[in-house]
Design a protein around this ligand. Structure first.
Ligand code: EPZ
Length: 429
């Protein structure tokens, strides 16, 4: 089991240089699922080198979708021989994104069986929206011994579906299912995360008829299998990785350029950092932090952060942002509105010296500035794992971060990227 060893910078703004953002995990995983909708080979570019891509590729292989790595960040997927809709249980229990395969698989093969999807333990994470959507589209759903079985031997048909809760993966899954369904599907109260219109645009270029993606109402006219015809799908830059780098840079960099990103996709974060006092600005496909060395973190202002669906403050940036708030001057409030178990990691920050009070599972008060002290940490999930890495760099003294596999699930070669800007982070095998 590898560990990250981190030498704390004790709040010194010692980092400088350029960080290139990788392709987005939560865009790439959905593109892999989309390969099931294609009659021909799908080529993906800007695919991040992360654990979750390997896990989902193996799951796809189990249902007959073959893949090849054709370059460092390039892969092809071919679903010509999709044989079965039975998803491997242990692998499906590893990642939440396994649920996204159910839509295209059910639509293409007429049946799918799968366990409750796994993934980060950040709340209950039910799948009722998915099941209700499939049933509205004509499938039968049964559950026995922890396995769900969906059947639609005659194929799915269009339906008018209103989501009780805005859900990213339910929107993506039903949107993809509807591409091969008979007739028109309308998804209302749909999620608007940038990965959704980006995927819809590519599917449309390959023959799908999706309109309204990126708004709360998406309409899909079903049709035959899609054809990529040799074109490739370029995965979006990761707005969560970019945002996490912006937080790290605001705390610890003098000059930092974050490149290959879409600043508009994490504009709320940069606005918050700037309002607090960080000298950060967007320039084309980069975000730049400049002249930060002369600004002490304890002159930064406190903030109120409330997580929200896009374009609001992403729940995936809440943990790193809380680390930022431990260093600013005054009392900040953080409201986690999406997941009920996504503030538990703050106990470890308190152990490091942070002054954080939990009002209830959805709310904390952070009082700063606090000196954090290095210690041994066990990353609890992907995003909190990265937050620990930022906390360890801010701290005085050394830290060891265990459970690095969580960080590896979502961030490509993190220690190499950070070492290149001067961060004392080393991986020990
Ligand atoms: C996606 O999860 C992302 N995962 C998450 O990223 C991200 O935190 C989340 O969206 C919110 O932005 C992937 O894209 C693979 P939701 P998802 O369904 O789709 C409730 C990361 O670290 N809900 O939008 O699973 C649910 O409990 C991960 O990369 C139901 O009640 O999240 C939550 O309270 C972590 N019933 C809310 O909806 C359902 O059937 C929103 O969750 C589905 C969801």
């Amino acid at each position: 089991m590898s560990q990250l060893r981190v030498r704390g910078l004790a709040g010194k703004k010692a980092l400088t240089g350029t960080l290139r953002v990788s392709g987005a995990k939560n865009s790439a995983l959905k593109a892999l699922a989309a390969s099931i909708l294609f009659a021909d080979e799908l080529r993906l570019t800007n695919v991040p080198l992360i654990e979750d891509i390997e896990t989902l590729s193996t799951l796809l292989l189990g249902v007959g979708v073959t893949s090849q790595r054709t370059g460092d960040h390039e892969r092809t997927f071919s679903a010509q021989n999709v044989t079965s809709g039975a998803l491997d249980v242990p692998l499906s229990e590893k990642i939440r994104a396994s649920i996204v395969l159910t839509g295209p698989l059910l639509s293409r093969t007429g049946g799918v069986s799968f366990p409750h999807p796994g993934g980060d333990v950040i709340g209950a994470r039910p799948i009722d929206l998915f099941l209700a959507g499939f049933v509205a589209m004509g499938a039968t759903a049964t559950s026995m011994g922890g396995t769900y079985t969906l059947k639609a031997p005659q194929g799915l048909h269009g339906a008018d579906i209103f989501f009780r809760i805005v859900s990213v993966t339910a929107t993506e899954t039903l949107m993809m299912a509807a591409v091969l369904a008979k007739g028109k599907t309308i998804l209302r109260n749909a999620a608007m995360e940038p990965e959704i219109p980006h995927l819809a645009e590519f599917l449309n270029r390959s023959g799908a008829k999706i309109s309204g993606a990126g708004t709360p109402t998406i309409t899909i006219e079903g049709g035959p299998l899609l054809r990529a015809g040799g074109t490739s799908y370029d995965i979006l830059p990761d707005r969560i990785e970019a945002g996490s780098f912006a937080i790290l840079g605001s705390l610890l960099a003098d000059e930092l350029e974050i490149t290959n990103c879409v600043p508009e996709h994490f504009a709320i974060l940069t606005e918050m950092l700037r309002f607090s006092g960080a000298p950060i600005k967007a320039e084309g496909s980069s975000v730049r932090i400049s002249g930060n060395g002369k600004r002490s973190n304890n002159t930064f202002k406190p903030l109120t952060i409330s997580t929200h669906e896009y374009p609001g403050f992403a729940t995936d940036l809440q943990a790193p942002m809380t680390v930022f708030l431990t260093q600013v001057n005054g009392e900040s409030n953080v409201f986690e509105t999406i997941f009920e178990g996504r503030l538990n990691y703050t106990q470890d920050l308190v152990q490091m010296g942070a002054d954080i009070t939990m009002g209830n599972p959805h709310q904390i008060i952070v009082r700063g500035p606090s000196t954090l002290y290095g210690r041994e940490l066990f990353g609890p999930d992907i995003r909190a794992g990265l937050a620990y890495l930022i906390a360890a760099l801010v701290a005085e003294g050394d830290s060891v971060i265990n459970n690095v596999h969580y960080i590896d699930r979502g961030y490509e070669r993190i220690e190499e990227k950070l070492a290149a800007i001067g961060a004392p982070v080393k991986r020990m095998q």
